[in-house]
Design a protein around this ligand. Structure first.
Ligand SMILES: *[C@@H]1O[C@H](CO)[C@@H](O)[C@H](O)[C@H]1NC(C)=O
Length: 363
């Protein structure tokens, strides 16, 4: 007991890193848009849930926008990730509810002042980042090998939460989707890269202008990417247990698929486009770093440089979907008629022909 208390204290106070949790509760919109990979296209391969402001806006439009669906009013960033669907025994798909997106802003790595570094930098205006790959259907690298490709693979994760029935949670470990009901929620998580090349706000593959810390959650930035950023960590808890009575957990294959047409789990990914007031974020990085107050424990309300809004106000920030199609189901095919592809080779991202979608553009 005493030992574990001491370890906890060491953990809390030894790691004097600024960090905060930013809540995005209801989405801004859910539709087939993918503005980093396919800018300006409506009706891209798979459905994303978007939090923030308008993902089709550039940085100047974002910072001038009127609202955000997330918690800090100086943050008009967009955060997006694929939707999860339950595949009914009769083959129809139905969207799985989630509890919103929790974004952990973490200062990690040797560039952080708490670790003796020169300090982390706010996201440069216009920065875009992606973690994960919608085409991925298998693990490719030995865990811990440490190359950037392997770090990128390790950066997408999940946890199967079971505390509500007194069972231990279990983690991904590179194993694809879980195999049991996750009675207290299926939590999909990802690390964004925390190192930047200092020059490019995006890149042709949308990844190579950024890099992961050498230990993913800590360590060094590679010399090619010398600027340390706050590390974003996404966490979404899905209510898979809503469907537990419709399958035989532990005996049948997991009946959930990502909107990418992925029954394996490996295509989980997330996108980020900054809409931050860079001064506000830099102040939070530099000054909300006190291990002796609640800022040292991730409590966003303790950081005076961040202006917060209530969840009720944030939840009113919505944009209309540009593509009028059902994204919730039950429906016979995934939105976009995106076919299921189980791999293990990379999937081909395409939509089948003759997909019965009513196209309608908002004015
Ligand atoms: C399939 O099952 C779902 C859930 O029970 C139901 O809503 C849907 O109507 C069914 N579809 C067909 C084509 O039987």
């Amino acid at each position: 007991m005493l030992l574990s208390s001491l370890l906890l204290l060491t953990y809390l106070f030894g790691a004097a890193n600024a960090w905060f949790r930013l809540q995005c509760t209801l989405p801004l919109v859910s539709e087939r848009v993918d503005p980093i990979v396919n800018p300006g296209v409506v009706g891209t391969n798979h459905v994303h849930t978007v939090h923030g402001f308008n993902p089709n806006y550039d940085y100047d439009e974002l910072v001038a926008s009127t609202c955000t669906s997330c918690e800090v009013t100086q943050d008009k960033s967009n955060y997006w990730f694929p939707k999860l669907y339950f595949k009914h025994p009769n083959g129809t798909f139905q969207a799985v509810a989630n509890g919103g997106l929790l974004v952990y802003y973490q200062n990690r790595g040797t560039k952080d002042v708490a670790n003796g570094g020169s300090g982390l930098k706010a996201f440069p205006p216009g920065l875009k980042m992606i973690t994960g790959d919608p085409a991925r259907r298998a693990k490719k690298f030995p865990t811990g090998q440490g190359g950037q490709d392997e770090l990128a693979e390790r950066a997408v994760q999940w946890t199967c939460l079971r505390y509500s029935v007194g069972l231990p949670q279990y983690d991904d470990g590179g194993a694809g989707f879980p195999h049991t009901d996750c009675e207290a929620g299926f939590q999909s998580r990802l690390h964004m890269p925390a190192c930047w090349d200092g020059v490019n706000l995006d890149s042709v593959d949308h990844r190579s202008h950024t890099a992961f810390l050498s230990g993913l959650d800590n360590g060094d930035c590679p010399p090619t990417h010398p600027v340390g950023l706050m590390k974003l960590f996404y966490e979404v808890t899905w209510s898979v247990t809503d469907f537990a009575h419709l399958w035989n957990p532990g005996k049948e294959q997991w009946p959930f698929v990502w909107s990418t047409g992925d029954p394996t789990g490996y295509s989980w990914h997330g996108d980020f486009q900054t809409g931050w007031d860079a001064d506000a974020l830099q102040n939070a990085i530099d000054h909300c770093n006190n291990p002796n107050d609640a800022t040292g424990q991730g409590d966003i309300t303790a950081c005076p440089f961040l202006k917060l809004q209530t969840t009720g106000v944030a939840n009113q920030c919505k944009i209309p979907a540009m593509l009028r199609e059902d994204v919730d189901g039950p429906m016979e095919r995934l939105p976009g008629c995106n076919p299921l592809q189980a791999g293990p080779g990379d999937a081909t991202l395409y939509s089948t022909d003759n997909c019965p979608v009513s196209w309608a553009w908002s004015l």
